[in-house]
Design a protein around this ligand. Structure first.
Ligand code: AMP
Ligand code: MG
Length: 396
């Protein structure tokens, strides 16, 4: 582990190995947060017809001011069959077709109605309160392109154009293998030397939040055979994430077993803290991440490398972790030889995000980390930083 990769180089090597998953057609109603794998072109204009944006009266502007005969009513979904002529008005509701012959809509608040007549005391310009066909979308225009995340507004736009389904990349299937003879599931009694297994539920949450479906296998004890059985099962998925057993101890068997199973190691060791002994490899199209066992190291590795890979697998064109600018609220003294990922609480001021490093930065301190809302990235070589220094952080 002498020549440690930088975080940026390690992420580049991960993303370099990602091929987007196959596409599948899904109903728009199941497409929220998925990523389009196609150009979707509108077959229709939106609005599809001249429609009223107000409740009021469709009239001819040239007639005004005037007292006009109300000759018909047009409601949304119930067009008037009449064509308007001079001296006439048609009562109209929001979203109704503006009748032929009318060139403006006068809102109900600006008229006086008595019986079958309406008095409009002021002149109004033509085209007032009329939405032209194609004013939002012209037929033939592109609604979404490959790589576009289907946000709520994009789903709305697709539906407004009558699109019922969309081609999206398949959801990645991740299998999580936690390793360690000492691990027991929460809820049981611990024997001496045992601890509760906490990485599985945490890593699954990161993956699910990134849109993956997750299978968790029972904790694998630290024998080659146990690891081999779990890993072989896991390697049928798109992504395998292991925790623990990836460092240099005599019971750190994950890399050896992976090699035995035909996993090609792309790198091992990243110049970062926490989480240095992180391994990444591939077998066929399956991506294999070996995260360290310490919970904070596992979490940081998942956020910096696994999550971006999951986003890239579904065709997201911008999968890198979204670090943002912030200002240090207290001085820090990071170690110079590695990129340091400092857990911090983020508050907002008029100057932007203020990041206050939390107390308890050791890599087993998951409870302390759970108070953090940001992960501050201090690149290696930076040295001591004063309060007020500009930094970048990843919201947690
Ligand atoms: P390892 O990377 O296997 O040497 O594990 C490093 C430390 O993390 C050890 O103290 C382990 O007991 C602990 N650890 C490993 N895996 C887990 C896990 N799934 N949940 C909680 N702690 C773990
Ligand atoms: Mg272990």
């Amino acid at each position: 582990m002498n020549d440690l990769l930088s975080v940026a180089e390690a992420l580049a090597r991960v993303l370099n190995r990602v091929e987007p998953l196959d596409a599948e057609r899904v109903a728009l109603t199941s497409a929220s947060s998925r990523v389009s794998a196609e150009d979707v072109v509108s077959a229709v204009d939106v609005p599809p017809f001249r429609s009223s944006s107000m409740d009021g009266y469709a009239v001819r502007a040239a007639d005004l001011p005037a007292r006009l005969a109300i000759v018909d009513r047009a409601a949304a979904g119930r067009p008037s069959q009449a064509a308007l002529t001079s001296g006439q008005a048609i009562e109209i509701s929001t979203g109704a077709v503006v009748p032929d012959g009318a060139d403006t809509v006068v809102p109900i608040e600006r008229v006086e109605v008595d019986g079958d007549a309406v008095t409009i005391p002021e002149p109004v310009p033509t085209r007032d309160n009329i939405r032209e066909p194609g004013g939002d979308v012209e037929a033939g225009s592109t609604l979404v392109s490959p790589g576009d995340v289907l946000t709520p507004a994009r789903l709305g736009a697709l539906a407004a154009c009558g699109v019922a389904s969309v081609l999206v990349h398949r959801v990645p299937h991740v299998t999580i293998v936690v390793t360690g003879t000492e691990l027991r599931p929460p809820g049981v009694q611990l024997a001496p030397g045992q601890i509760y297994e906490s990485n599985g539920v945490m890593l699954a949450a990161v993956m699910e939040e990134a849109g993956a479906t997750v299978t968790r296998l029972a904790a694998s004890e630290d024998t080659e055979d146990a690891h081999a059985a779990s890993l072989e099962e896991a390697l049928a998925s798109d992504v395998v994430v292991t925790s623990g057993g990836v460092s240099v101890g005599p019971h750190d068997l994950v890399r050896r077993v992976q090699a035995r199973l035909g996993v090609e190691e792309v790198f091992w060791g990243v110049a970062m803290r926490p989480g240095k002994p992180l391994a990444f490899g591939c077998r066929g199209r399956t991506l294999v991440f070996g995260l360290p066992g310490n919970p904070v190291s596992a979490l940081v590795g998942a956020l910096l490398f696994v999550r971006p890979a999951l986003l890239a697998l579904v065709g997201n064109p911008d999968p890198a972790p979204p670090f943002r600018p912030g200002i240090l609220a207290a001085p820090i003294q990071p170690r110079p030889e590695r990129d340091d990922f400092v857990r911090a609480r983020v508050t907002w001021s008029d100057e932007g995000a203020l990041v206050q490093p939390i107390v308890g930065q050791e890599s087993h301190m998951i409870m302390h980390t759970s108070a953090a809302t940001g992960l501050v990235w201090i690149p290696r070589g930076v040295g001591a930083l004063e309060a007020g220094s500009r930094v970048r952080f990843l919201p947690l």
